[in-house]
Ligand binder design. Structure first.
Ligand SMILES: Nc1nc2c(ncn2[C@@H]2O[C@H](COP(=O)(O)OP(=O)(O)OP(=O)(O)O)[C@@H](O)[C@H]2O)c(=O)[nH]1
Ligand SMILES: [Mg+2]
Length: 223
């Protein structure tokens, strides 16, 4: 009983800060996406492959979330993109308070797109609102096609889902049929993309979707 109350108050406190941030992002016309996946599904590699094009069109900044180290932020900084690393020191997800603090280190003036890479975890990040316009879930072929059915919350709440590492399809037993059956059942509106950050395949289509989101002030273009 007590545990439920604590969880509720943590989530309520998070909602309050997220509401404040959402209003700030709206006022400043900043589109925000929250990348969520298991550890190693390819979040940072996808950013490394797409940021050169995105930053040629928009003013972009990145917030990196990891339990320890600033290795991902160092990878992004090499691309000359403004980046802030949050080290959660054990927490398995980012929360709105951490984002609020990280924003103090970023120049928001004229910013078009803020990309948040969450801590590698398919469960907890799904529950914490970071004032994003879209949660984007990334699943990689090596994890298996049963993951949407086993971890449905993030697939329900995401607007887009990238199936990454499709270059590994010939070497795995990943079933595209099972995967699409499950994700479409869990969330019929989910925008799905097959990509390989390794070869670059499919990333152009994802970038186009992202451009539509920025152009529509964070709303999806469903024409
Ligand atoms: N074969 C293949 N490997 C990939 C692909 N994308 C990423 N990788 C590799 O997968 C490993 C993990 O990639 P990261 O981009 O660091 O994954 P991440 O999701 O950012 O990991 P965390 O931040 O630790 O959760 C690296 O060795 C990448 O080179 C891909 O499309 N195909
Ligand atoms: Mg990463």
């Amino acid at each position: 009983m007590t545990q439920v109350k604590i969880e509720k108050s943590i989530l309520q406190a998070n909602e309050d800060i997220a509401r404040e941030l959402r209003s700030k992002f709206k006022d400043e016309n900043i589109t925000v996406i929250n990348l969520i996946s298991s550890p190693g599904a390819g979040k940072t590699t996808i950013l490394e492959k797409t940021l050169p094009e995105l930053s040629s069109k928009y003013k972009v900044a990145v917030i990196e979330g990891d339990v320890l180290t600033s290795r991902d932020a160092e990878r992004i900084a090499k691309l000359q993109v403004p980046v802030v690393q949050i080290e959660t020191k054990g927490a398995c997800h980012l929360d709105a308070k951490m984002i609020k603090k990280a924003l103090e280190e970023l120049d928001l003036e004229g910013l078009d797109l803020l990309i948040i890479e969450n801590v590698g975890n398919l469960v907890c990040p799904a529950t914490f609102d970071l004032a994003e316009d879209a949660k984007v879930v990334i699943l990689s072929v090596a994890e298996g096609s049963d993951k949407p059915a086993k971890y449905p919350t993030i697939f329900t709440r995401a607007k887009a889902c990238l199936l990454n590492k499709i270059d590994l399809l010939p070497y795995s037993n990943f079933s595209l049929e099972d995967y699409y059956r499950d994700v479409k059942q869990i969330n019929p509106k989910l925008q799905t993309f097959e990509v390989s950050a390794f070869t670059g395949e499919g990333l152009e289509t994802f970038v186009e979707w992202l451009e539509g989101l920025v152009a529509n002030g964070g709303q999806e273009n469903r024409n």
